[in-house]
Design a protein around this ligand. Structure first.
Ligand SMILES: [Zn+2]
Length: 351
């Protein structure tokens, strides 16, 4: 496939404002890369702010300075020596449930991290709901595990990619979400040793993106996302049940939004995948949340126009906030998991 390079020269606008308009309908490419070409070609595009690595670090450091509630930790380094950050909220009291939100194991799945940064911002604000969450839940947020892939700073060519700016793989060309047993990559090794084995989360939501053309079963309706619990046979049935409850909380929160339409992700059962591996190895109740479309890919039908960014970021934030509230008030334990039995699996249009 021919590499499509779009216009540049808008980085300043991206850096200084939350969003901006491109009146001429040009796909705009800052250092975060274009998110085309899955858009009509002549509509106005609203760019949600996407954070480069440097901007993300600056965001986290500022939030840390501003907030007493946030504890920011560097838990490791990537192949290309970028620091990996963990944002911690809560008392870390052992009586409270601990949840980990993990984003961007795949570097081209950017909006999950944008959602995590919005959640961090929310948790550094004052208010009754935030207080309720922080007093009752230990919150761990690990934004952008694949910091090198997200920068396109890798040891292989991205010339086949639509924009050549973001990749699924880490700098060594390894899929980090297939490295949760061997942990040969520094990113996964650090996550296991310095986060999972240190803080013992009870729950984990792993946020990803999928292609743009995923539909709800054979309805032909495009979904905004997909969900799945751990499906490996060695997962303790109680852990799987609690994972399904976690899924119910997320499903109900997203389904009640106008943009929300979720399918069941047809995922595999390999323990190398975090959804399965963390449930088997540590007894963590896990949930995969896939969002629609990607920032960059070698397949054009996986790449989404930026006009969808706003609602997809909100979908991630909605899922995480609903989970925190359900953990804070204990309502997760009475979540109705019966929807899993009727939730249609994903299907794909045009493949
Ligand atoms: Zn992914």
């Amino acid at each position: 496939m021919k590499k499509k390079i779009l216009t540049v020269a808008v980085t300043g606008a991206l850096l200084t404002s939350g969003s901006f308009l491109a009146g001429n309908g040009t796909i705009l490419a800052g250092e975060n890369g274009p998110n085309g070409p899955n858009y009509g070609g002549n509509e106005t595009i609203k760019n949600e702010r996407l954070h480069s690595y440097e901007e993300m670090v600056s965001f986290l450091e500022k939030a840390d300075k501003r907030s007493e509630a946030l504890e920011l930790e560097v838990y490791g380094q990537s192949v290309q020596d970028r620091d990996l950050y963990l944002a911690k909220f809560g008392t870390m009291n052992e009586d409270n449930p601990t949840i980990l939100f993990l984003t961007q194991q795949h570097g081209n799945e950017t909006l999950t991290t944008e959602g995590a940064l919005q959640l961090i911002k929310y948790l550094t604000s004052n208010g009754k709901n935030v207080e309720e969450i922080i007093n009752n839940v230990n919150v761990l947020i690990a934004p952008r595990l694949n910091v090198d892939g997200a920068e396109g700073d890798v040891k292989f060519s991205l010339e086949d990619y639509v924009s050549g700016t973001h990749t699924r793989y880490n700098a060594n060309g390894v899929d980090l979400n297939r490295d949760h047993v061997d942990r040969k990559q520094p990113e996964t090794k650090a996550l296991h040793q310095e986060v999972l084995q240190k803080y013992h989360p009870d729950y984990m939501i792993d946020l990803h993106h999928q292609g743009t053309q995923t539909t709800l079963g054979d309805t032909g309706e495009l979904v905004s996302g997909s969900l799945l619990y751990p499906t490996n046979d060695n997962v303790d049935p109680e852990v799987r049940e609690q994972s399904k409850k976690l899924g119910a909380v997320v499903y109900n929160a997203i389904d009640s939004k106008g943009y929300g339409l979720l399918s069941k992700y047809p995922g595999g059962s390999a323990p190398t995948i975090s959804r399965n591996g963390l449930a088997v190895e540590y007894g963590i109740s896990t949930l995969l949340l896939e969002m629609r479309g990607m920032a960059d890919h070698y397949r054009e039908d996986y790449v989404l126009g930026q006009k969808s960014n706003g609602y997809l970021i909100q979908q991630a934030v909605t899922a995480m906030k609903a989970t925190l509230n359900a953990l804070a008030d204990g309502s997760i334990d009475s979540a109705d998991t019966s929807f899993w039995e009727t939730l249609p699996e994903s299907n794909y249009e045009g493949e």
